[in-house]
Design a protein around this ligand. Structure first.
Ligand SMILES: Cc1ncc(COP(=O)(O)O)c(C=O)c1O
Length: 413
């Protein structure tokens, strides 16, 4: 399997651009290293194009939080993507990447008066909401703006549920949209987010059913939204579970549910609907890899009196791989593939006990011959790694990002 789906067929010489200063010392434990996060821009473009061909007519707004890397944003903006943003700083970054303000929406339901006004000054005119308080604040600080109301979902079937903290029920949504209209805002849409790395088509079906019921209830109040935002949640394909088995999300089924659901919603809506998607991880996860190195492979006696091997790598939970409690990233040890393999718990380099892959409970199969300094590729690590990183915990700096074009840029499993 290629963990890096959709890599282009061109065999151009890779062009390498650096997005952060890779000469910073201390990007990892030990001596200066070449550790970095590498993105294959060709793969990201191909992923974007494939999504559009699977769900034609949709408007793809990349969830910027998943990969706030300028080159990646520029390549998506050049391709016509819009952006889902969560703060004025993200809006500025999307604008700098070349997005026009009308292609950017403020998708965070949680925002201060100050941030709403700042977004409005930057030219953003479309805001997510899920409460009457937020609608009042938008009306005061972004008069006349378009709002879309986020409906709550159960989060079931997702690795990260995103439920409870966001979204309202359909009855509240009708009240909120009516209040928006009374406050001089445009009640423009509805949205959902089924949870990140959503693994089931059923979750999408439930969300689409809730959207359908809410659209009908809104129509009863004379409110006719012009769009439905289906949020993020589309899965990455390259992750393993904690035991090292491929997660294998049913992407084809999910896409079928989405296609049929959009058709159904359009059939019952009083006016044609535009459909927005906010994919984050689906576009970038499998096209980014962390290039780290082996700190040490050790063997000690475990608490049960049996020998236990631990493989410490230079990258872990505190420099990008924050999600490793939930998913396991495939590892590639260049040049060691045919060496004898042994089981070892894999962990990051810090003094924190939580900094262990898969919660530190499930050993991976690793080459016995690994030596300190050996390179390792941590695959399917392109989503959220540049954003989920600490600044200086144990002296570790965020990993620099390197963007390449061409198939040689990333390793294959
Ligand atoms: C509002 C919103 N949209 C989109 C996303 C992207 O989700 P994913 O990476 O699962 O596609 C997120 C992630 O938290 C989000 O909060």
């Amino acid at each position: 399997m290629s963990a890096l789906k959709g890599r282009g067929e061109r065999r151009d010489k890779p062009q390498i651009t650096r997005t952060r200063d890779t000469t910073l010392p201390g990007t990892s434990v030990g001596a200066p290293t070449t550790d970095h996060i590498r993105y294959d821009l060709t793969g990201i473009e191909h992923q974007y194009d494939t999504l559009l061909s699977e769900l034609p007519g949709t408007d793809v707004c990349f969830a910027l939080k998943a990969c706030p890397v300028d080159e990646v944003l520029r390549c998506l903006a050049d391709r016509g993507a819009g952006f889902d943003t969560a703060s004025p700083a993200e809006i500025r970054q999307a604008l700098q990447a070349g997005a026009r303000p009308h292609r950017i929406h403020y998708g965070n339901t949680i925002k201060s008066d100050h941030d709403i006004a700042a977004a409005h000054r930057l030219g953003v005119r479309t805001f997510a909401t899920d409460s009457l308080e937020d609608v009042t604040a938008i009306a005061e600080n972004a008069p006349g703006a378009r709002v879309f109301c986020r409906l709550a979902t159960s989060g079931q079937g997702a690795l990260w549920g995103l439920n409870r903290k966001f979204g309202c029920d359909p009855e509240d949504a009708v009240r909120i949209m009516a209040a928006a209209r009374s406050a001089g805002l445009v009640p423009a849409g509805l949205s959902v987010h089924v949870g990140s790395q959503q693994m089931t088509g059923e979750a999408w079906q439930q969300a689409l059913d809730t959207l359908a019921g809410t659209l009908l209830a809104l129509a009863g109040r004379g409110i006719v939204p012009d769009h439905v935002n289906l949020g993020g949640g589309l899965p990455a394909l390259g992750y393993l579970d904690r035991r090292g088995t491929p997660l294998d999300p049913p992407l084809d089924k999910i896409l079928t549910v989405l296609r049929e659901g959009m058709e159904h919603l359009n059939g019952l809506a009083a006016a044609p609907l535009r459909f927005v998607l906010e994919p984050g991880r689906h576009l970038v996860a499998d096209h980014g890899a962390v290039r780290a190195h082996v700190v040490r492979l050790t063997e000690r006696t475990g608490p049960d009196g049996r020998p236990a091997r631990w493989l410490y790598l230079s990258a872990g939970k505190f420099n990008g791989l924050y999600e490793m409690d939930q998913v396991t990233h495939p590892l590639v040890f260049p040049g060691r593939e045919t060496d004898e393999h042994v089981p070892a718990i894999v962990a990051g380099p810090t003094c924190d006990g939580d900094d262990a892959y898969g919660g530190g409970r499930h050993p991976a199969s690793v080459p016995r011959t690994l030596a300190s300094g050996d390179p390792v590729w941590i695959l399917s690590a392109g989503a959220y790694a540049p954003s989920y990183t600490t600044q200086g915990f144990n002296g570790i700096r965020p990993l620099p990002c390197v963007c390449v074009r061409g198939p040689e840029g990333l390793p294959l499993t």
